[in-house]
Structure formats: C-alpha cells, structure tokens
Design a protein around this ligand. Structure first.
Ligand code: FES
Ligand SMILES: [Fe+2]
Length: 366
C-alpha cells in the first residue's frame, strides 16, 4: 500500500543529528540528508545531487550548506544551489534539491514529506519524554524488515504478549483479557484489562518483586498513521494505579520502504517508581530484548510469508483480538486514498523552509 505523505514522521532521535555532521536515512522511499545549521536548527534535504546523483551525505557542510563531494555544487538549506565552481559559475535552473519541513520535538526530529503545509502543532504529544516532565526515560531503535502496517498490528493487538513474550511481558492468564476498542477522532484505543493474573516478570520488577498475582492493563493508542502510546502497568489485585507499577511505552514507526520500517521506541516511568538505576537499566534491556529477539524475527518472517501478496487477498483468519488491527487497516486504506488525492492536486514543486519548533531539552538519559 502506498504511504501517507501528509503526516509527521519521526526521522530519528534528535541527538543522532550532531553538529557539523551529515546524517542520512531513507524515509518513505526517499533518501534524505539531515544536518544542523550553526545555530542548531535542523535541516532536511533530498539526499541526491541533481548533477550526477551522488548522495549529498558523502559531501561536507560548508557555511550552513552542503558541498557535493564529486564536483563541488553547493546547496543551501532551502535546497537552492548557491555555488557552481565550474565555468562562468552560473547556476543552472535545475540545480536544486527538495527540502523538507522538519521540526524538533520531544527529543525527536520529525519530518513532513507531503505537499500540504506542515503544522508542527499536529505532532503527536510525547511530552512524557521531556526531561522536565519528571519521568525516567529510556529509548531505542530497531530496523524491521516488514511493512509498517504489520508492525503496527503487532503493537495495537497486544494479545500476542501471552505467547510471544511469555516469561517477559506475558503470563498465561492474560489470554482471557477483557478487550475494549474505542475510537476518538482518528485515534483508536485498544484497551486490555486482566484482573488477578500471575505477574509477568518485567512487571514484577517494576512493582513489588514478590511474584504475587496482580491486576494488569495494557491500553494502547494508535495515532495515525504510525504513532503509538502504551499505558501499561499492574497493581495488587483490587489495588490502584497510584501504586506505581506502571509506565508509558512510546512506539513510533516510520516506513523506510514497502518492506522495511524504522522503529523508534521508548519507556517513561513516573516519579515514585520503586526501582534502582540498575533495575531500570535491566527493565530497559529486557524490553529491548522482547522487541529485538521476539517481535522482530516474527514480523520479518510474516513479511517474508506474505511477500508481494495483497493482505486481504490471502483471506486471513480473523479472531476477536483482530478488531483493532482491522479497524486500523481500514482507516489507513481510506487515509491513503485521501492523501493520494491531495498529492495529485498539489502544485508540483513546493519549497518550504524547515520549521524549528521549541527544540526543548532531550530526554533525561538521552
Ligand atoms: S555529482 Fe554533485 S556536483 Fe557533480
Ligand atoms: Fe511484542
């Protein structure tokens, strides 16, 4: 399925774009190069010189512009060629590269790749990652060899934790969870409530470390097209949330290609969580292990099995737990059509100056 272009996507964690260095990544099938101006403002440009198509990230930064490594054409942060060192030095009209609106928010660099005007106010709220929010944060990145929708379904339907993450995030009784699906505007909430279950090991570490049964919840929110926020935790049976056995899980997907996705994830633990720094580091490492060693190979294998087939043409068996993923898939199909109509009616070349939004401090343990 085509990508939705008119949306904010996470390009990378903010601290991956370092001063005086070029950072590049393929996003939505487009090669993009990022750098910071002298004042720190991030810039995103098409990563391909219009002369002989050399990736600009192989060049160097010169006075808030990129000099191509091959013949020295230089492009400023608006994408305009500002120097041709050859012949009479005239700048050919076609010597320009696309520039993308970028914004720095919640410790992440966001990019807008569509033709509609980008409004940074529409970036999803991940303020729990801000250092002044008081949460202890950890974060990571994985590259997955699958379409972002498959990874999105994995996140929205957490019934798999009983099986795939048994012994980490899951325990057997979770399979009997009450699942409630709610729509709020374009968002979908997929909430699971699991009373009186054996405590999954990771949650035992976040809570009491006594192995006693707990009530547990996983409330996942999908913010289209590919952002997720999980509110998950445990408390004693019949207890209350204020017991501090919970955290927010941040999961953000950015398509790289039809069959690959950039997966940014983070956890934010509220003030008052009873964990030592060592336990917090173990929590973070175990969580990463679950995503990297358990989710990733399964989703990669799923993509391999589906290949180029259309998902619905394969006639997938549908279970009760698929209500959220199916609704997400249908929403995306509708949004893609709307987005394609928008792109088809857009003025072909629109150069927008990169936006700098309230950069804010990076997350606490960035
Ligand atoms: S390829 Fe970039 S200047 Fe020639
Ligand atoms: Fe998982």
């Amino acid at each position: 399925m085509a990508f939705i272009k008119n949306a904010w996507y996470v390009a990378c964690w903010s601290n991956e774009v370092k001063p005086d260095a070029l950072f590049h990544r393929k996003l939505l099938n487009e090669a993009v190069v990022f750098f910071r101006k002298k004042d720190g403002t991030p810039v995103g440009l098409q990563d391909r010189c219009p002369h002989r198509f050399i990736p600009l990230h192989l060049g160097k930064i010169v006075d808030d512009a990129i000099e191509c490594v091959y013949h020295g054409l230089t492009f400023d942060c608006s994408g305009a060629c500002v120097k041709n060192p050859h012949g009479d030095g005239k700048i050919p009209a076609a010597a320009k590269v696309k520039t993308y609106p970028v914004a720095e928010k919640h410790g992440m660099l966001w990019i807008w790749m569509g033709s509609e005007t980008a409004d940074p106010a529409n970036i999803p709220d991940y303020s729990v990652l801000e250092s002044d929010a008081g949460f202890a944060t950890s974060r990571g990145y994985l590259h997955i060899d699958a379409n972002y929708e498959l990874m999105g379904e994995n996140l929205l339907d957490l019934s798999h934790i009983t099986y795939l993450h048994d012994g980490y995030l899951g325990s057997p009784e979770q399979v009997g969870a009450d699942q409630v699906l709610k729509e709020e505007g374009s968002k979908i909430h997929c909430n699971r409530w699991m009373p009186n279950i054996s405590v999954p090991p990771i949650f035992d570490m976040v809570y009491r470390r006594d192995g006693k049964p707990v009530d547990m919840w996983t409330n996942m929110t999908w913010i289209p097209p590919s952002c997720f926020l999980l509110d998950s935790g445990v408390h004693e049976v019949g207890g209350q949330r204020e017991d501090h056995g919970w955290y927010y899980g941040v999961h953000i997907l950015t398509p790289e290609s039809e069959k690959t996705v950039h997966y940014h994830f983070a956890a934010a633990m509220p003030p008052g969580t009873n964990m030592t720094p060592e336990e917090a580091a173990t929590f973070s490492a175990l969580r990463r292990h679950a995503f990297e060693a358990q989710d990733k190979p399964i989703i990669n294998a799923q993509q391999e099995a589906i290949g180029d087939n259309n998902f619905w043409d394969m006639k997938p068996v549908l279970l009760s737990v698929d209500a959220g993923p199916v609704r997400m898939r249908r929403s995306l199909e509708r949004m893609v059509k709307e987005d394609q109509a928008t792109e088809a009616s857009a003025v072909p070349v629109k150069v927008v100056r990169p936006a700098q939004v309230n950069a804010g401090p990076a997350p606490a343990n960035a």
